[in-house]
Design a binder for this molecule. Structure first.
Ligand SMILES: [Zn+2]
Length: 336
């Protein structure tokens, strides 16, 4: 079996096209056409995880966070990112990341896993996304070939041409939001002069794609009791939270990782509590007596994502060697 088959199974659940524009999810090192010998599942592909994969004779590491986010110009091993890449390439290890695309899916996504652990029902996406954009413009007719070629390198887009006059061509491109910038760049890059682009968000946000999740507990629970339950279910040593409001908790909004940007949606939808990670001191003030904020830690909120990988792959491939990493890749420790 090829690495590609494994990646395909993951991408059926979390299509890479749903990742955020800043993300770098997908295959980062390795050859998808190589035979796969086994996979190590982790949140972060650290050096210790690559060593683990080598020791287990696994040539695939499946991580939640992409080890490479921004362009690297030198590979001298002066920081951990470069060292991971060098080691992975030397040992023919493929590193694959399913990041914000896995965050953004409703079914079998990062947030569904948290909601499942907390026993929430009636779950839905907290901030559904407009995932498709339509870009419309007119270009000089004699540039059709160049524009067509420039766009041909962008996946998942649909192109429509029309001919309003002899000299100009109408161009309409339907693209996933994550490709919007690439489409704009491609069109502008081959034209002699910049053109205006009309950009529309396509109607009906997809309820199954977006950030965060909101759901209900079967019964209202007293605040401190609920936080103790969260602490236990999410296996976290510490919860940092805003002062108790004296209200029982029933409606729960959550987002794995750094989800602070979703607080307005959590409040607008009447959540009693917002659970996420990576809150900063001043951001806690934004609760403003309207909601309880609970920061359970970035790693802690996402740690069960590894189980998601396992569930998706073990369901499909019965005799394939899957290993949960034994390395604790959390860079944050607590002295209690
Ligand atoms: Zn994360």
């Amino acid at each position: 079996m090829k690495i590609q088959s494994i990646l395909h199974a993951l991408e059926e659940v979390a299509p890479p096209v749903y990742q955020e524009g800043y993300d770098n999810a997908g295959l980062i090192t390795g050859n998808a056409q190589a035979e796969v010998s086994g996979a190590v599942l982790c949140l972060d592909a650290t050096e210790a995880v690559i060593d683990e994969a080598i020791a287990l004779h696994c040539n695939l590491v499946i991580a939640h966070h992409p080890i490479v986010f921004k362009a690297i110009k030198r590979f001298t091993g002066k920081n951990y990112v470069e060292r991971v890449i060098i080691k992975a390439i030397k040992h023919d290890i493929a590193i694959y990341a399913a990041h914000t695309n896995l965050d953004n899916v409703f079914h079998k996504g990062v947030n569904a896993k948290i909601a499942e652990r907390l026993g929430l029902s009636e779950t839905r996406i907290l901030a559904p996304k407009q995932v498709w954009k339509k870009l419309r413009t007119q270009i000089p007719a004699d540039h059709r070939v160049q524009v067509g070629e420039a766009l041909s390198g962008i996946s998942d887009i649909r192109i429509f041409w029309s001919a309003p006059s002899e000299e100009t061509l109408g161009l309409e491109v339907t693209a996933p939001q994550a490709r919007e910038y690439a489409v704009q760049q491609a069109i502008q890059s081959v034209l002699p002069q910049p053109v205006f682009l009309e950009i529309f968000a396509l109607e009906s946000p997809t309820a199954d794609i977006g950030s965060g999740m909101i759901g209900r507990l079967p019964h209202p629970v007293q605040e401190e009791h609920f936080l103790r339950l969260v602490k236990e279910k999410m296996n976290t040593a510490v919860i940092r939270h805003t002062p108790f409001l004296g209200n029982p908790i029933q409606k729960v909004a959550l987002c794995g990782g750094a989800g602070g940007f979703l607080l307005p949606q959590a409040i607008a939808q009447g959540a009693d509590i917002f659970i996420t990670g990576d809150y900063k001191y001043h951001e806690f003030f934004d609760a403003d007596g309207r909601i309880l904020i609970a920061d359970i830690g970035h790693f802690e909120s996402e740690q069960f994502t590894i189980e998601l990988f396992y569930e998706i792959l073990s369901e499909k491939f019965h005799n394939f060697a899957l290993h949960y990493t034994k390395v604790n890749t959390n860079p944050v420790r607590y002295l209690i």
